[in-house]
Design a protein around this ligand. Structure first.
Ligand code: CA
Length: 226
């Protein structure tokens, strides 16, 4: 399996390259959008890992041009902190999967395996648990039991996504804050409880059986049954 890695952060690129090589992928690493486009169009790759923020030409433009020429190349897009607008743009531009930074390396490997197995034809997988699922194109949460849908704000969406990726598991507050707000945002540091209460209200509105349970001193968990 040959992978084209387009990521301008040298340290991240080097770490990913090492990881991919350990998993027996052959890796070509480039650091600008133009090089990414060049390599993607002239080389023979099984997948491309494409950062959004790149010098010169951004990942969306690279993807658009690649899709105009090579429809079938599976593309995994990376970007900072899972901005929903970026996610929608990425999927509309033809990304097979979109992974917000910071990500687990295990998650990246799982995504890569999924998109290469699918040969790049499958759409974004549906993320859901119990009777709720996310509708990424419109940033909505849907209850499959009642058929109701409601729009989520960007942070609510990211929070719900994190819970749905880890159903039933207690997520520590620090972990949630780090994943949704990043390392450097003091301003929103204390807003987690507020957003949790928003999500709870929305789950109630939807008539869903899914609950967000608090474990005092530990964190929050998405309770899927009962
Ligand atoms: Ca970048």
């Amino acid at each position: 399996m040959r992978v084209l890695l387009v990521e301008d952060e040298k340290r991240l690129s080097a770490a990913l390259r090492k990881l991919l090589q350990q998993e027996r992928y052959e890796v070509d690493a480039v650091y600008t959008g133009l090089d990414g486009l060049d390599y993607a169009l002239t080389g023979s790759y099984d997948a491309m890992i494409l950062d959004v923020m790149l010098p010169g030409m951004d990942g969306f433009e690279v993807l658009r041009r690649v899709r105009a020429e090579k429809m079938s190349l599976p593309v995994l897009m990376l970007t900072a902190r899972g901005d929903v607008t970026d996610r929608v743009r990425g999927l509309e531009s033809g990304a097979d999967y979109y992974l917000p930074k910071p990500f687990d390396t295990a998650e990246l490997m799982a995504c890569l395996k999924t998109i290469t197995r699918r040969g790049g034809v499958a759409p974004q997988m549906t993320l859901g648990a119990g009777d709720v699922e996310l509708v990424p194109q419109e940033a909505r949460l849907k209850c499959t039991a009642t058929g109701k849908e409601i729009r989520l704000g960007a942070k609510e969406y990211q929070l719900m996504e994190l819970f749905l990726r880890n159903p039933g598991q207690i997520l520590e507050k620090e972990t949630i804050q780090e994943r949704v707000w990043g390392y450097d945002s003091e301003a929103e540091y204390n807003n987690l409880e507020v957003y949790i209460s928003f999500l709870r209200k929305k789950l109630t509105f939807l008539g869903s059986a899914v609950r967000i349970r608090v474990s005092r001193g530990l964190g929050y968990a998405l309770e899927v049954e009962g």
